[in-house]
Design a protein around this ligand. Sequence first.
Ligand SMILES: N[C@@H](CCC[C@H](N)C(=O)O)C(=O)O
Length: 257
Amino acid sequence: MEINFYKYQGTGNDFVMVDNRDRSLDLSNLDLVRRLCDRKFGVGSDGLIAIQNHRDYDFEMVYFNADGSQSMCGNGARCAVAFSAFLGIIEGKTHFLAIDGPHEAILSGGQVELLMGDVAGIEEKSGDFFVNTGSPHHVRFVEQVAEYPVFDEGKAIRYDAGYAPGGTNVNFVQAQADDRIFVRTYERGVENETLSCGTGVTAAALVFGLRQGQSRVKINTLGGDLSVKFASNPDGSFSKIWLIGPAEQVFSGKITI
Ligand SMILES: N[C@@H](CCC[C@H](N)C(=O)O)C(=O)O
């Protein structure tokens, strides 16, 4: 059996995308998901996204990490919006469903503005921070993020007993200006550093923006530039959180299964 797939990247976070409106791909087959994401034995990606029909939304995004686990993916959602426009499901604006609930997005040129879910607040963790932006994120500020041992430190925190059993993603953040940060992320489910993580930079931007009194933060990642704007509320929560950045189709092909 052959299935058409597309490859997308959003600031270097890369995804195998499948139009699964006909449900031809069996998403309960996690061995297949893992094989397609494998960089040696498959297409190779940080995750796989299936676009499916939904009665109440333009589409549903079903996201898997490369290891077959599921969570919310901000960069993946931006790519899913671009892919849905490519498929003719949506035009400039959309209302779609992801694992953490409904989202809105605006697509203009190659840029996607994604409305994230509201965030309940920021937890302090012995000088670091924890924020759930649809996926769990530990945030640590460091001096020289370019030289920081992201894999080793990220893995240690990801598997820390305090985050068991689910674990967490881990973001290392360097302030570059009053309204700009550099972020490197160790992602659970990929079990490695990725070039960018959308929910991760959102978590880092909320912590940094609140501290700096900024409602818009620019973010550099190893894979490119993003920005986050948000409203902070008196009770410590955040709303109207927009993650903004590029999403691009890089190639397409056929999967033989
Ligand atoms: N790369 C993603 C995050 C994907 C989910 C994460 N690895 C997890 O399991 O929590 C993003 O862009 O947000």
